[in-house]
Design a protein around this ligand. Structure first.
Ligand code: DAH
Length: 340
């Protein structure tokens, strides 16, 4: 009988309930009226007197083990399933709440907005589904002109007049149509181009457009504004360089490079060993554009600029693949902490 008891003790020691029903089966099997323990007590009557003491002790141990096991798991199951509060252990520490973080594109966009708002620029927005006039024609893209091919367009419902905006320059037109100078505004937003997705290009990305129209606005104002921006964004030591370029809506037009913020201009693989990286397009608003928006180009001049937010973020955080911004992998996203 002693061997039998020892075997059952082992059995009980290895027991883990799968659920509440399982535990109840355990109770019935071992501790129930007709259970194993009671049966053994009945059998105990037949044990020879010289073995009684030892067998009795073993039997009591078995009973205690079975009761302990049952109580332990009963408590645990209650803890996990009882929401009444009665049996809840309020001293347990709570599970940690993970806070989200701002997307790096939002962080950089907000930083750019803050820099320009210190110079008195306000914020304007326009629609993402845009008509041909605001996206192209008013901006001096002649019809059928190859300049329209600079930006591969997504058209909406085969209507050649309605498209997803290819740039935030469309917002310039809307603001100039609706506001009298002086105008000093920046327009952040999403833009869309029919482009193959790669490490350097995406069909959806973000831009910020800038526009300043007033009497006597000059190219020197443009340069000084952009120099201030570059230093605020990339550090006091940053230098800028303007290269002549072409955009239909500005004359003259330029592209702006900054001294490489990674190597400080000495040359590295980010700047392709020439010390400069391109960050934006800019120029003086073409008089045709002002006239298209009913602004007197004899009285007013203006400058404009446009930049890709992803590009700025990639340079600022040294991110090599643009696609990371769109995958929303939290392991990537939670690295960016910001007060903005
Ligand atoms: N819209 C241009 C683009 O998407 C960027 C740009 C260039 C905007 C020059 C401007 C500008 O306002 O003056 O490539």
């Amino acid at each position: 009988m002693q061997d039998k008891i020892k075997k059952i003790v082992k059995e009980i020691e290895g027991y883990r309930p799968a659920n509440e029903d399982d535990l109840e089966q355990f109770r019935i099997k071992y501790l129930g009226k007709k259970g194993v323990v009671n049966d053994l007590f009945v059998e105990f009557k037949n044990v020879a007197p010289e073995n009684r003491k030892e067998t009795g002790m073993l039997l009591n141990q078995l009973k205690n083990k079975a009761e302990e096991k049952f109580e332990l798991y009963k408590k645990e199951l209650v803890k996990n399933s009882d929401f009444s509060g009665e049996n809840r252990d309020l001293t347990l520490s709570s599970s940690e709440l993970e806070l989200g973080s701002r997307h790096p594109i939002s962080i950089v966009r907000n930083e750019i907005i803050q820099i320009f708002s210190r110079l008195g620029f306000n914020i304007s927005e326009g629609p993402e589904v845009e008509d041909d006039w605001h996206n192209f024609t008013a901006l001096n893209f002649p019809e059928e002109h190859p300049a329209r091919d600079m930006q591969d367009t997504f058209f909406v419902q085969k209507n050649p007049d309605i498209a997803l905006r290819t740039h935030t320059s469309s917002v310039q037109v809307r603001v100039m149509e609706n506001t009298k100078p002086p105008i000093k505004t920046i327009s952040p937003g999403r833009v869309f181009r029919n482009e193959a997705i790669s490490a350097r290009a995406h069909c959806i990305f973000h831009q910020i457009e800038g526009l300043y129209v007033d009497k006597n606005v000059s190219f020197a104002d443009l340069k000084q504004t952009l120099l201030y921006f570059a230093k605020e964004m990339f550090g006091e030591k940053t230098e800028i360089r303007l290269r002549p370029s072409f955009f239909p809506f500005t004359e003259p037009s330029a592209e702006m490079d900054i001294s490489c913020n990674i190597c400080g201009g000495k040359g590295c693989n980010v700047c392709k060993y020439n010390g400069w990286v391109e960050i934006l397009g800019c120029g003086m608003v073409d008089p045709n554009v002002l006239e298209n928006c009913k602004i007197d180009s004899k009285k007013y001049t203006g400058f404009a600029f446009g930049m890709g937010i992803e590009r700025i973020a990639m340079l600022k955080y040294q991110i090599k693949d643009l696609r990371l911004f769109f995958e929303n992998d939290v392991r990537f996203l939670k690295q960016f902490k910001s007060a903005l």
